[in-house]
Design a protein around this ligand. Structure first.
Ligand code: CTP
Length: 263
């Protein structure tokens, strides 16, 4: 007997939250596939067997004081699905998610973090790696000095929060000397000039591929379907609208193809 979930989150009863949600169908499917593949995998060599991968996923939480934080609406669905898809192809995957309600994908080593700095530290601890996929929506800024105690209303008006810049994990991994992963993949969400902006980001950060989300038609966070364009230094390939699971499968396939070309 193998157990999938339960996941944490809001329950059907309004205002009630905690563990008890049915795992997402995609997670149940991934767990079944991982179990079925496990035995088969021992017989057949998979395309990413022996490859080490680090994947970031979800948002980061940057504390203001012990009870408040700055965050964003990233669900982690895409990053988690990519981590699971790479593991199904035989990779040894370290997934570094910020706070998410998703269950840890099966067959993946998951290191939970809260802040951008912790995410960077966990990624660096996972090196050396052959491949890095930075799917997390990392907060660009943190509060420079998080308060040790809860901030109180003192009648003096709203507090002023001095901010400090967070480390850029994608750029740091892309520009490592000596232990740079051979393939570094970043993400971008754009509403216009998608390919140009994605390529500029690729150059600025020094990564090899950018999976650009065209979000001109509405938000992408938390949704299941995605219009993506895979951009590298020389070309751009627009994929049909796919759900995040299918984007993950195709991405993992592309990575496996690239790795085998270079082998
Ligand atoms: N990223 C990161 N660490 C950060 C910020 C971003 O690793 N501190 C990674 C994300 O995981 C993603 C890519 O960088 O792969 C996104 O780049 P970013 O410059 O954050 O994109 P946008 O937020 O879309 O930037 P902009 O507002 O400039 O378009």
């Amino acid at each position: 007997i193998h157990v999938v979930g339960p996941n944490a989150g809001e329950s059907a009863e309004r205002g009630v939250a905690g563990p008890g949600r049915l795992a997402e169908v995609a997670e149940v499917r991934a767990a079944i596939e991982a179990l079925l593949a496990r035995d088969a995998g021992q017989r057949e060599r998979k395309p990413l067997t022996g490859r080490r991968v680090v994947v970031t996923s979800g948002p980061t939480h940057e504390p203001i004081d012990p009870v408040r934080y700055i965050a964003n609406r990233s669900s982690g669905k895409q990053g988690h699905a990519i981590a699971a898809a790479l593991a199904r192809l035989g990779a040894q995957v370290t997934l570094v998610p910020g706070p998410v309600v998703l269950a840890d994908p099966p067959g993946v080593s998951t290191v939970h973090v809260e802040t951008a700095q912790e995410m960077l530290d966990a990624c660096l601890a996972a090196l050396p790696a052959d491949i890095a996929v930075c799917a997390a929506a990392v907060a660009d800024w943190r509060v420079a000095q998080a308060a040790g105690q809860k901030l109180k209303k003192d009648g003096g008006g709203p507090p002023t929060l001095a901010m400090a810049e967070n480390p850029d994990i994608l750029r740091t991994l892309s520009q490592r000397q000596g232990d740079r992963p051979a393939l570094v993949v970043g993400f971008a969400a754009e509403t216009q000039n998608v390919v140009d902006y994605a390529r500029a980001k690729l150059v600025k950060k020094g990564c090899d591929w950018i999976l650009a989300n065209d979000v001109s038609g509405g938000g992408v966070f938390g949704r299941d379907d995605n219009q993506v364009i895979l951009v590298d230094a020389t070309g751009a390939e627009r994929w049909t609208v796919l759900d995040k699971q299918a984007v993950a499968e195709r991405m993992a396939g592309r990575i496996a193809g690239h790795v085998s070309e270079g082998a």
